[in-house]
Design a protein around this ligand. Structure first.
Ligand SMILES: NC(=O)c1ccc[n+]([C@@H]2O[C@H](COP(=O)([O-])OP(=O)(O)OC[C@H]3O[C@@H](n4cnc5c(N)ncnc54)[C@H](OP(=O)(O)O)[C@@H]3O)[C@@H](O)[C@H]2O)c1
Length: 386
């Protein structure tokens, strides 16, 4: 049966890889909807090539220019976040690949879950903010959540070796980013270029900065908590600079099951699309003899404070994760705009978490309020010190 796929965020790093995967899988996989925010030139090219029925432009200011680029190409254009939710829940869509960056993808993911879609989620921030709500809505509507984040895809694959009750811990691996082994002093004045120079993965800017602060791993601990219904105490992080073991699961008998592959997001994207089957893909196969050795080390949580905070937030739950994520998104934006130092990112997050009164079992409205409050608090904090 043909799988009709919506890619939310098709112009990004994950979105482009998803299109390469779909192209390689052949006629059983069809692009039904695409979306972008600013990159209308690439979006128009993608529409012409993949011929979806629907395209979503989340930034309405670009609409006139986008229509000109499309010429007489036949496609239904939807606008803004409502358009995104409509595309994600469209009856002509079977699988939604969530590849938007940040909280902007939240409402569309919830709409797709309500509509009972297969959700291939790369966009981790919505799971961090509203994991409890999202997993509940998905369960109530028979929506299936399949992780695309390489670590969570690895855990998902490893979990198939046993029963959920037999898991003793989940081990998420981390590349360590560009500042692995650096001292506090070296990181203090890290430049944008240094933060964006990831040693093993080629990704969008926001997640690359998150890897440099290890905020990415902190978000992934919370993501794993919701995806695999596992408390933070049973989720360990190990730095593995080769990025070959994408994560592991330890079972009660002491067996550790790992998933290994080249660091290429096409593989977890493909696995989510073809699950429960495996097919030949476009990812290069490993030649372990060339890699030689694989190393693992404990992360330094005094240097990478975001990771320590992530564990605290995972344990606290409620609205804390929404604040944690939003403060980070706002701070990373400021860092990439050249307005703050690298070290200020975690300080701004700490400030927001200290001031926030956590709401347990928060509703969607309360989570969105907490998100907005934290973004505003980052701005106000910068106004106070500048
Ligand atoms: N890249 C990776 O290898 C990787 C690995 C694991 C997980 N992830 C996760 O996957 C997600 C996407 O990451 P990425 O690296 O692919 O990001 P990216 O390259 O920055 O792409 C982001 C996508 O989201 C769109 N977008 C940006 N702001 C938006 C907004 N306000 N509303 C709607 N759409 C918006 C962008 O559109 P325009 O291009 O038009 O701006 C683009 O299509 C993130 O949550 C990330 O943590 C990524």
């Amino acid at each position: 049966m043909v799988k009709r796929i919506a890619i939310l965020g098709s112009t990004g790093s994950i979105g482009k890889s998803a299109l390469r995967v779909i192209e390689s899988l052949g006629s059983d996989y069809k692009v039904a909807a695409l979306s972008a925010h600013n990159n209308i030139k690439l979006l128009a090219e993608q529409v012409k090539k993949f011929k979806p029925q629907v395209v979503v432009l989340t930034n309405p200011e670009k609409l006139d220019e986008f229509k000109k680029l499309l010429g007489n190409t036949q496609v239904t254009i939807l606008i803004g976040s409502k358009g995104l939710s409509a595309a994600g829940s469209d009856e002509n869509v079977d699988v939604v690949i969530a590849a938007i960056v940040g909280a902007a993808g939240l409402e569309a993911i919830l709409a797709a879950a309500k509509a009972g879609k297969i959700l291939a989620i790369a966009n981790k921030e919505p799971l961090v903010i509203a994991g409890q709500l999202l997993t509940k809505i998905a369960a109530e509507n028979n929506a299936k959540i399949l992780p695309v984040d390489s670590e969570h895809s690895a855990v998902f694959q490893a979990l198939q070796a046993g029963d959920a009750k037999e898991v003793s811990k989940i081990i998420l691996t981390a590349s360590g980013g560009p500042f692995r082994g650096a001292t506090k002093e070296q990181i203090q004045n890290a430049t944008i270029e240094q933060a964006l120079a990831h040693p093993t993965w080629n990704m969008g800017k926001k997640i690359t900065v998150d890897s440099a602060t290890m905020m990415n791993k902190a978000l992934e601990v919370i993501e794993a908590k919701w995806l695999f219904d596992t408390p933070a105490e049973k989720i360990e992080v190990l730095v593995h600079p080769e990025s070959i073991v994408h994560s592991m699961v330890e079972f009660v008998d002491g067996s550790v099951i790992a998933q290994l592959s080249a660091p290429d997001m096409c593989l977890p994207i493909q696995y989510a699309l073809t699950f429960p089957h495996r097919v030949k893909g476009i990812t290069n196969h490993l030649e372990l003899e060339k890699i030689g050795s694989l190393t693992f080390e404990k992360p330094d949580m005094d240097i990478f404070r975001a990771l320590k905070l992530g564990y605290q937030v995972a344990k606290t739950g409620g609205s804390a994760a929404a604040v944690f994520n939003a403060a980070n998104e706002a701070a990373v934006e400021e860092f990439l705009a050249g307005n703050i130092k690298f070290v200020n990112i975690v300080e701004l997050i700490e400030n927001c978490l200290e001031k926030h009164s956590v709401k347990k079992d928060a509703t969607l409205e309360e989570l969105l309020f907490a998100d907005k409050w934290a973004r505003n608090e980052v701005k106000e904090c910068l106004n106070r010190v500048m």
